[in-house]
Design a protein around this ligand. Structure first.
Ligand code: NDP
Length: 446
């Protein structure tokens, strides 16, 4: 039997689900297909489990800190299995919420992978579905490198559900995922090494903050092998044997690849609709998320603009509004706040110093580095590092970078000021809340 829809969404991640719900609330007949679990990467294999594991990994340091405040904990024991099981329960609960949100808003859900037959019809299993419009929101999957032991090398997809915690891990890559997982494994007591082909981790982030973070990661025991990469990885007697291009070879219990992500497009049969793809196989869209095929749209990680959940959700809202309004709106990609849940956390909004120097004639930089009060009774060396970037011509704050506990919570609040073009004078006029670490942001002096 053929079903007809006004909008059919392929992919039940954050962007797809939001688009489907909003479109349905506007009176469209909407269907959605998801081949795995509703919630997509963010809920099932990304942001949510990552943040839960990040919380878990911080307790090892918190226990040390407790003793500086007079508390003693007699037994320090961690169960990986309990963390994995509790995470699974929570993810299942969230996925069910997504399911009922969609169902309650009148969206028809199809379980399975969609394949295009032509620009107005798809196939899911044995069902054929027709729709006036399609939205592709299928996200991405981890890239894989080619080593002898590739089958046994894990990615972030598998790392959340390892049967047991390894003693010693090598993480390949130095982006968001590598740095976040290094913090998680290190905090859980795993001997952790990152290996990157360049000099520094976190390409494109502010250099000074990256340097400060690197120092603190090393102080916490994470090893970083720079300007090198494995030439060969094989597995013998349950151990990965890693031969580097420059360094000596080394053995690990586990190797994880975190070397970027690629669009999940293989199953879509895009050849049938001749959609234009970029060199990296992401779907090319214009300012209104229109692909080269008139009635087919794409949003989220698969279009590779900014691969973040809140961006996909914002794109979904704009797209659906555009479908129902005469005057189309564009999404502004500047000033998207973001955080790396490293240890310590790093969050930012606006430009890096390098970007600001390229864009503006004259900028002012304010920095502050200090040991927060919470650590003052302990031997913990961790410092907060803050950088504020100001456009000298109009005094507007154009960048805030914060390295330290709760960085993401703090920067989220200050983002409102920066997104709305507030000046350094406006920051200075604001009274700090004392004693906090965030008060430094409004008291920065040269
Ligand atoms: P990133 O693009 O952030 O980092 C990829 C890393 O892998 C880089 O260090 C890169 O090195 C390296 N790399 C890529 N290809 C190779 C190769 N062939 N050989 C060796 N090294 C290689 O990707 P991630 O996988 O970490 O994350 C993907 C996206 O997911 C991010 O861009 C982000 O948008 C999103 N994300 C967001 C999070 C958050 O908001 N907290 C958390 C996790 C993910 P080089 O720098 O040399 O290119």
């Amino acid at each position: 039997m053929t079903k007809k829809f006004d909008l059919f969404v392929i992919g039940g991640g954050s962007g797809g689900v939001r688009a489907a719900r909003v479109a349905s609330s506007k009176g469209m007949k909407v269907g959605l297909a998801e081949g795995w679990s509703l919630g997509g990467t963010c809920v099932n294999r990304g942001c949510v489990p990552k943040k839960l594991y990040s919380y878990s990994s911080h307790f090892s340091e918190d226990i040390e800190l407790m003793s500086s405040f007079g508390w003693s904990v007699s037994k320090k024991k961690f169960s990986w299995n309990k963390l994995v099981q509790n995470k699974k329960k929570e993810i299942k609960r969230l996925s069910q919420i997504y399911n009922s949100l969609l169902a309650n808003s009148g969206v028809e859900i199809f379980s399975g992978f969609a394949e295009f037959l032509d620009s107005e019809s798809i196939k899911i299993g044995k069902k054929t579905i027709q729709s006036k419009n399609f939205l592709i929101a299928v996200g991405t999957q981890p890239n894989r490198l080619n080593f002898k032991a590739s089958k046994e090398i894990v990615t972030s997809d598998e790392a959340f559900d390892l049967k047991s915690l390894p003693k010693k891990i090598l993480i390949l890559g130095g982006g968001y995922i590598a740095v976040e997982f290094a913090a998680i494994f290190n905090g859980l007591g795993v001997n952790t090494t990152i290996c990157i082909r360049r000099e520094k981790v976190l390409k494109g982030f502010d250099d000074d903050v990256v340097d400060q973070l690197t120092i603190q990661m090393k102080e916490k025991g994470i090893k970083i092998i720079s300007n090198d990469f494995p030439q060969e990885i094989s597995k013998k007697n349950n151990l990965f044997d890693v031969k580097y291009k420059r360094n000596k070879s080394e053995k690990f219990n586990l190797v994880m690849e975190a070397t970027g992500r690629s669009p999940n497009i293989e199953r879509l049969n895009l050849e049938k609709i001749k959609i234009k793809l970029s060199k990296k196989s992401s779907i090319i869209v214009n300012d209104y998320f229109e692909t080269s095929c008139k009635n087919i749209y794409a949003i989220g990680d698969v279009i590779d603009r900014i691969q973040l959940t809140p961006v996909a959700i914002a794109e979904a809202m704009i797209l659906v509004n555009n479908l129902t309004k005469k005057k189309k709106e564009k999404f502004k990609y500047n000033n998207v706040p973001s955080a790396v849940f490293s240890n310590p956390n790093y969050a930012y909004v606006g430009f890096t110093e390098t970007e600001a120097k390229k864009k503006y004639k004259k900028i002012e930089i304010f920095t502050s580095s200090f040991r927060p009060l919470r650590f003052s009774l302990s031997k913990k060396k961790e410092k907060v590092f803050i950088k504020l970037i100001v456009n000298s011509q109009n005094n507007k704050v154009i960048g805030l970078h914060y390295l330290g506990e709760h960085a993401a919570e703090i920067v989220q609040g200050f983002s409102v000021a920066i997104v709305n073009g507030l000046t350094k004078k406006a920051f200075d006029k604001t009274i700090g809340i004392h004693p906090t670490s965030a008060e430094e942001v409004v008291t920065m002096k040269k």
